[in-house]
Design a protein around this ligand. Structure first.
Ligand SMILES: Cc1cc2nc3c(=O)[nH]c(=O)nc-3n(C[C@H](O)[C@H](O)[C@H](O)COP(=O)(O)O)c2cc1C
Length: 353
């Protein structure tokens, strides 16, 4: 059976696949544009999106504001009329300015996780940009949607559920990740119910998208059967011609075996999934001094005095230096990728049932 288009409050993606935002420097214009051109939704990560801009070291915020527009325009050009959005972490320092800038350049959607994006509705007020929180539990979904309803009389345009098999920061305590994998299907069903009840209050259909470990068509069909309207996939798109990460980053994925996919402690206060390497071993017993603070996270999410290492520094190193000595985020299925392909080939595989 062919996959049904994803309809988000009037916006239509021909294929119900959103490419997950990947910072730093992994999902920029080339990848997002390619995914969108195939009918999915391409997502740019705003995490230090301007790291290649000349002004970055002097003024990261300014460089990021410039790059938001440049990357968006380039992605739109590649997308030939397809949908392009942004992933903005709620823990970002100056979160409000990032959201407003993405709205200003014309983002089709904004997806926000890594913390609760409590004030997102007021930041997009009056625009055409559709918004989605990322949640990992029914409780999280309920708290956020109730808050948006009470405070703004608004609800989400869609909701992304990120499960425990995802790459990058995870919304689960390290000790319960394994157990949560077993219980996720039940949780998804509950979240879909919760979201539908908020949708009914606002007389609108709120699509639910599942992310985390989605790899093949069987996975997609499984999550659709649980009531989701689409999936978000990130890891699967890393080792493609179009992905914006350097070859060395893609090589780290190809070389990884199952036992190399590990859980690390992030200074953000959440666990993360990454590829085991010299860096992931080093942070187990060493505090790495911060050479330079680029103010990536709000003070609530980063205590500059006590953090074990700088998240921006290490994620930047993963795309500018030797990935072996940096944090290489990856989903639980990264080890299944053994060769480079193209976004077109992946879409062909996933859309042919
Ligand atoms: C390399 C990498 C970087 C990521 N960076 C971000 C990010 O900056 N913000 C975010 O919300 N999620 C981030 N994620 C999570 C993805 O957007 C996505 O939801 C998740 O990885 C889905 O699981 P999958 O990779 O198994 O498909 C990242 C994931 C990877 C693999």
């Amino acid at each position: 059976m062919s996959l049904k288009p994803l309809v988000i409050d009037g916006l239509v993606a021909k294929v119900p696949i959103i490419q997950g935002g990947m910072g730093i420097g992994v999902s920029l214009a080339n990848l997002a544009g390619a995914v969108s051109r195939e009918g999915g939704i391409g997502i740019l990560s705003t995490a230090q999106i301007g790291y290649q801009e000349e002004s970055f070291e002097k003024s990261p915020l300014r460089a990021n504001m410039i790059a938001i527009q440049k990357q968006f325009e380039k992605a739109k050009e590649i997308a030939c009329g397809g949908l392009i959005g942004f992933n903005i972490m709620a823990a970002t320092f100056h979160y409000d300015r990032y959201v407003k800038r993405c709205v200003e350049v014309g983002a089709d959607v904004i997806i926000s996780g890594a913390g609760l994006p409590i004030n997102l509705p007021e930041l997009v007020e009056g625009s055409q940009t559709k918004i989605a929180p990322i949640v990992s539990s029914n409780k999280g979904a309920r708290v956020l949607l109730s808050t948006w309803k009470k405070r703004y009389n608004k609800t989400a345009d869609f909701v992304v559920i990120e499960g425990p098999k995802a790459g990058g920061h995870l919304g689960f305590k390290a000790e319960v990740i394994e157990q949560s994998i077993e219980q996720m299907d039940e949780e998804i069903i509950k979240i879909v119910e919760t979201v539908n009840s908020f949708g009914a209050d606002f007389n609108k259909k709120i699509p639910v998208i599942f992310a985390g470990g989605v790899f093949d068509r069987e996975d997609i069909d499984h999550y659709l059967s649980l009531g989701c309207s689409g999936v978000q996939m990130a890891t699967r798109f890393v080792v493609t011609e179009e992905c914006d990460a350097p070859e060395s980053f893609k090589e780290a994925y190809i070389k990884a075996e199952k036992e190399d996919i590990t859980i690390i402690k992030s200074p953000v206060g959440m666990p993360g999934r990454a590829i085991k390497n010299r860096f992931s071993e080093r942070i187990k017993h060493e505090q790495i001094p911060i050479e330079k603070c680029r103010n990536c996270l709000s003070y609530k999410h980063c205590d500059r005095e006590t953090i074990p290492y700088c998240i921006t520094e290490t994620l930047l190193n993963a795309v500018t230096k030797e990935p072996e000595d940096a944090l290489v985020f990856a989903g639980s299925n990264a080890y299944r990728i053994k060769e480079k392909t193209t976004v077109k080939t992946i879409f062909k595989e996933l859309t042919t049932a």
